[in-house]
Design a protein around this ligand. Sequence first.
Ligand code: HEM
Length: 418
Amino acid sequence: MAGQCPVRHDLNMFDSAFVADPYATCPAMQESPVFWSSDLECYVVTRYDEVQAVLTDHARFSNAATNVPVTPINPEAQRVLDEAEVWFRPNLTNADAPRHTMVRRWVADAMRPRRIRALEPGVRAWAAARVEEMVTLGTADVYEHLCFPLPAITGFTLIGFPEADVEQLKSWCDRRVVLTYGRAAGAEQVEVAENVAAFWRYTNEFVKSRLEEPKDDLTSDLIEHHLEEPEEFSLRDVAAVLFGLSIAAHETTTNLMTNGIRQLLTHREQWEALMADPSLIGNAIEECLRFDGPVIGWRRRATEDVEVAGTVIPQDSVVLMLLYSANHDPRRFDGAEAFDITRPDARSHLTFGKGTHFCSGAPMARMEMRVVLENLIEKAPGMRLVEDQVLDFVPNISQRGPRGLLVDFAPDRAPALA
Ligand code: HEM
C-alpha cells in the first residue's frame, strides 16, 4: 500500500557545507528511502537496496534524464551553444534500448581489453615522471600535477586526439560539470559554454579528419560503424559519443584519484597497511570508490507510475539516486562510516552504476588508479597531506572531488640551506 511521500527541505547539494562533507547528511537522508526534495524539485532515493533497484529497472526508469541541465541554461550561454550547433540525439549514457544496446556494443568493442592494456605502459611512464617531479618539488598540488592531467591524457589517447592538442583540450574541459549538474551564475555559464562549444567544434573536425585518414583508435572504429549504418549512426553521433566519453573518462577518474589519495593519507594507518602489503591495492581502490566516490548522484526518469519502498513515483518524474548515501548505508555495509581497505564487500559499491548502463570505463579507471598508487607507494612512501588546507569543490549534484590537494612529498627530507 503506497503512502504519502515525505518532503525534505534539507538536501542542499549546492551549499558549501554539503560539498565539503556530504557524508554528514547520510543519517538524515536515509531516514526515508524515497523523498521529494523541495530544493531540487525531484524524487530522491537514498538507501542501497532502493538505489540498486532503480538503477537496474531499465523498463520503468529511463536514462533520458541523465544529462539534462539541473539549472536552466541562460539565454546568453544557450546562444553560444546554438552557434556552435551543440546538439545531438541520445546515444549512450542518456539513451535507452534498443539504441543504447547498439551503441554500447560498438563502444565496448572499441574499448576492448587489448586496447586498454596497450595504454598502460604510457600511463605508467607518465605517472612515474610526474611523481618523481613532485618528490623533487617537495610540496606539490597532486591534483594539478597528476590527478587532473593523467586521466585527460589517457582518455584523449584512447579517442585518438593528437598529443599536440592535449594542453588546449584540457583547458576546454575545466568546470564542464557546472553546465549539466551545477547551479552556476550567468557569467560562469557563458564561460563554460564557450569552452564546451570550442571542444564540440574541435571534436567534429577531428571526426572528419579520421574519416579521411583512419588510424588505430576508438574514433576510427566508431567511424567504421558509421559507414555501415550512416543514417542510424551519423558523423555527428560519432562526435557526440567522443564528447560524452571525454567527460566520462576525465572528471570521474581525476576525482577518484584526488579523493582516494586524500582518504588514504587522512587515514594514515590505511596508507601504512597498503605500503606493508601492496597486494591490497585492488581492494583499496574499491574502498576509495565506496567511501569517497567521484560520482555522488545519478539520475533516471520514471516511464510509468512506480512504487519504490511504499512511495509512488509518478510517471515522467526525475529521480536522483544518492550514490554517496547508498554506499554509506549501514543496512548494506557493516561499519559503513569506517574507511577500511580490507573491507570484504567494498566492491559492492554503486559508484560505477549497475545494470545495462554499468560504466564501460571501469577497467580503465581502475588501471589508472592502480598505476598511480603503485608509483606513490614506491616513490613517495612518506608523503603527507599539507595540514589545514581549505579544499575547493565545484558544487553540483553528480561529480565530487577537490580542485587542488597539497601534499608534502618529502616530509623527512631536510630543508635546503638558504
Ligand atoms: C572512477 C571513474 C569512473 C566512475 C566513478 C564512473 C561512473 C559512471 C557511472 C555512474 C555511469 C552511469 C551508469 C548508469 O547509468 O547506470 C557511467 C557510465 C559510463 N562511463 Fe564511467 N565512470 C568512470 C570512469 C570512466 C572512464 C575512464 C570511461 C571511459 C574511458 C567511462 C566511460 C563511461 C561510459 C561510456 C558510460 C556509459 C555506459 C552506458 O550508458 O552504457 N567512465 N560511469
